[in-house]
Structure formats: C-alpha cells, structure tokens
Design a protein around this ligand. Structure first.
Ligand code: MN
Length: 496
C-alpha cells in the first residue's frame, strides 16, 4: 500500500499583529519543518504546508478546502506565535478531517545570550498552543496532542502513528466490506448496526449472495489454478500429498480457484475487506481457508462467520501496519493453558489466520474440518512469531461502538502439536492471563479480534479517537475492579 499518497495539511497559526517581517519568518520556519518531515523516512505520509493562518476567513477557507480534498487525510496545527482562537472557531466547526495538534517550537534551545523580546514574540508556542488547545477543549473536538521538539525521534514516531491511523480512517471512508452471506446463526457479538458503522466509520457494509462467488469460481480455468499453485510452491512449503500428482493436490487447486474468484470480486466491488460463513457455502467445494489466508496476506480485511466489524478492523490494521515490521491477522481466542507460571492463551481459527504473522515458512496442508459439511480444506499451518503484540476488537453496544485493546507478549511454542493442523499463536496477555480475561469479558470483548505484532495500542487509540468511538485499554496497569468503574463512567459519557 502507498501511504505517501495521503496528505497531512500543516497549518501554522499566527496573526496579523506582528508585521510582515515576523510573518515571513513564521512561514520560512514552517517550510523548513515541512521539508524536515518529508525527508524523514520515519513518517509514512506527506506533509503539505499551507499558508500561515492569520484571519478567520482564511482559516475557514483552509478547513473547507481540506474537507473537499480527496487526498487530505488529516490536519496538523501548530501555533508558531500567538493566534487568538476565536479566529479558529468557524474553521474548526466545519472541519471533518482528523486533527493533530502539534505542540512544538522551531528552535530547540533558548539562545541565552541573544534572547530579547522580539525572539520571545516570534517563538511563543508555549502560550500560543495553550490558547489553541483551549478552543479544542471548549469545542469538545476529537484530536491528538503531541508535545516535544519537532526533530525529536520519539515525536516523529508518534506523528507517524497518528498518520497511519488517519490513513486507515481515510481508507475506511472509501471502502466496502463484501459480506458473503449473513452472520453465523444465533451469534450475538458478530452482529451490529451497519448503518451506524457507515455513519461513524465510513465503511459500506453490504451483502452478496454466495452464488455470486460460486458462479465466478466455476469459471476459473484449471490452468489459472495451476499457475497460482506455482506461486504457492515458491512461497510456502507444501505437504508431500500436495506436490505434483499428490492425492490432496485437488483441494489446494480448489482453494487457488476460490482465491482467484474472490479477488476478482473484491476488485470489481472496490472492497477492502470481506467475510465468509461456513453455514453458507452453496456451490463451493470447501470453506475458503487458504484463500482467506492468502487474501489477508495481500492486505484485505477478513472476518469469519460473517464478522464484518473485525473484518473492517483487520483492514484498518493492514493499512496502519503497511511497510512496518511484523504482521496483522484476524484472530480468535481459542483455549487456555493454566499451568502455574506458564499461563498463556492459544489463539487460532478453524483455518483463517494470516501468514504475515508467521515464524518461518508456512506449510500448506489438507485436513478434514469437523464443521460445515464440505470437502477437506487446504490451509496454511504455522506458529506465530514471538514478540510484543496487541489484540483489538470492536463491539456494538447498541448506542455506540467500543474498541477494546489488550497488550500481549507472543511466546515461542515449545511443545509440538502434531494433531492440530491450524495456524496458531500462543501469548501471555497483560497484566496476566486471568486479569486480562476478566477485563476483556467485563468489557464485552468479542472472541474474534485483530492481532498485530506491527502495531501498538496507540495506533488503535488514535483511530478510535478520530472515529469518535469508545476506546478501552487492557495493559500492565489494568485492574478489573477499577475497569468496571471506568466502563460505568464511560456509559454516562457516551449516553450524552
Ligand atoms: Mn470464529
């Protein structure tokens, strides 16, 4: 994915009180900073410098053109001098783009021996940004505030986190979740208000009949499947029975055809994500397994059993993680290990875990599936790479969406599991397994989630903030009893 195509408009605030010479210096410094941002490989997006904001009309005009711009994914404001905030009210009132308030200053150090009142007037972010922050607070605007020196590496990293979240939000505004069939019967947590999702998150959540995919599947030629299987052979390990003339090879070729058919459908519908359900597979020989894994690896969001919320969240995470080390996958909490001192959760799914999180080369295998009543599906089998990771999930509470994130450590799987032919991850959640599980369940968190070793909780927090949805973090400091109180206070806030 190309994240450089997303523009972040850099609006420097000042006022016309200081005279042309000062304003020239303000614009010149902002230009140097913009070039600095754009020459830093750490920043995934493109910063676009806008004229210094000095009058209410000009400020409103800037926000109006940002709204109208299809490339603008967010706005960065910074007050080089003082910029009276009533001038900003009209502009901020119409703004529909994510907002980053960058609280910095052009010079790192105070020039002790040279400093005079002219210098003080030119470099007064310390109070200009306080005036600016007040109007954001007064207007209850969703935003991120980052404070620090603009060349600092940690500040740049956090700017990039926000940019990636804003890129994912923009991507969601232009995206469709292609639902193949409905949700799994009787399941509650995968349900949700699709109209609210579109209003809040931009996503179009629509359904296509599985017959549409089956018809495309039937038209995919054998030679196309054979060609794709060559790619599989180059990228992954193949179980012996899948090699040329192997008895299970047909199962893999069927998944190749599903992948080709599904990808064509996703492209034609401009969809960024999709769902399947094992209860609705008419006209397909198998539950899409390998095909879903492959499409996730190519950047599509996926949700099983009709879970469109986790599907679009997986896609959002794929956009946020683009180009970063580590992976993103649809995930499900499956089973626990309660051995004292070695407590851990084993995550997996029936088939559909993305190989971007794999440790080493995934292996394609074919095994029976005890559910769905279809032929034995081909799937990739692997262990997830160890390291710091997060789990994120999105639930619908009826009056709002809640995002829940748990920080976890994925650990190396020391025991072999020869009878479990699925991709899996073993992790230790923070603060510990039982408190994390209690906290997640108190929140109403789903069994489905998005798993990522590339992202941090901050990516999801920023995305939730700019999407106007509730965000709950389960981390090292979480105590389930206090969390219960936090959620009750949140209920009051979100009922306003
Ligand atoms: Mn599931």
């Amino acid at each position: 994915m190309n994240l450089k195509k997303y523009e972040y408009w850099f609006i420097t605030g000042s006022q016309d009180l200081y005279g042309d010479e000062t304003l020239k210096q303000v614009a010149g410094n902002a230009k140097i900073m913009t070039d600095g941002f754009n020459n830093d490989a750490l920043l995934s997006g493109t910063v676009v410098l806008k004229p210094t904001a000095i009058t209410p009309n000009a400020i409103r005009g800037l926000f109006e053109s940002a709204n109208a711009s299809n490339n603008c994914a967010g706005i960065i404001t910074w007050m080089h001098t003082f910029s009276p905030s009533k001038m900003w009210i009209q502009g901020l009132s119409v703004n529909r783009k994510p907002l980053l308030h960058l609280h910095t200053q052009f010079n790192r150090d105070i020039p002790w021996s040279l400093i005079d009142m002219d210098f003080m007037n030119l470099n007064q972010s310390a109070h200009g940004d306080r005036e600016h922050g007040y109007i954001h607070a007064r207007m209850r605007l969703p935003r991120k505030v980052i404070a620090g020196f603009w060349q600092d590496k940690e500040l740049r990293r956090r700017m990039d986190v926000w940019m990636r979240s804003a890129a994912a939000r923009k991507d969601g505004m232009d995206s469709t979740v292609l639902r193949l069939g409905d949700n799994m019967r009787e399941v509650a947590v995968t349900e949700g208000d699709k109209v609210s999702a579109q209003i809040q998150l931009g996503w179009q959540v629509n359904t296509w009949g599985i017959g549409d995919l089956a018809a495309r599947y039937a038209k995919v030629g054998d030679s196309q499947a054979v060609k794709l299987a060559e790619e599989y052979a180059a990228l992954y390990e193949l179980a012996p029975e899948l090699k040329q003339d192997g008895k299970a090879r047909t199962a893999m070729l069927e998944q190749a055809k599903i992948e080709i058919a599904l990808k064509g459908m996703l492209e034609d519908e401009h969809a960024g994500a999709f769902t399947t359900t094992f209860q609705d597979l008419h006209g397909l020989p198998q539950l899409p397994g390998l095909a879903c894994q492959r499409l996730m690896e190519q950047g599509y969001g996926f949700g099983a059993e009709g879970d469109w919320k986790q599907s679009m969240l997986t896609r959002a995470a794929k956009v946020m993680a683009s180009g970063l080390k580590g992976g993103v996958s649809f995930m499900e909490d499956y089973t626990y290990h309660f051995e004292p001192g070695k407590e851990a959760a084993l995550g997996a799914h029936m088939l559909e875990v993305c190989p971007s999180i794999a440790d080493g080369k995934p292996r394609i295998e074919v095994h029976p599936l005890g559910i769905g009543g279809k032929a034995d599906p081909a799937r990739m089998v692997f262990d997830a790479a160890p390291g710091s990771a997060v789990l994120a999930t999105l639930i619908d509470l009826g009056n709002r969406f809640r995002m829940i994130v748990n920080e976890i450590e994925t650990v190396k799987i020391e025991n072999s599991m020869p009878k479990l032919p699925v991709a899996r991850a073993l992790w230790k959640p923070y603060p510990n397994l039982s408190d994390a599980a209690e906290a997640w369940i108190i929140c109403g968190g789903a069994h489905h989630s998005v798993y990522s070793t590339a992202l941090t909780a901050e990516h999801f927090r920023d995305w939730a903030e700019m999407s106007g949805i509730e965000f709950v973090l389960i981390d090292r400091d979480t105590k389930p009893a206090y969390l219960q109180d936090e959620l009750r206070r949140n209920d009051a806030y979100w009922s306003r």
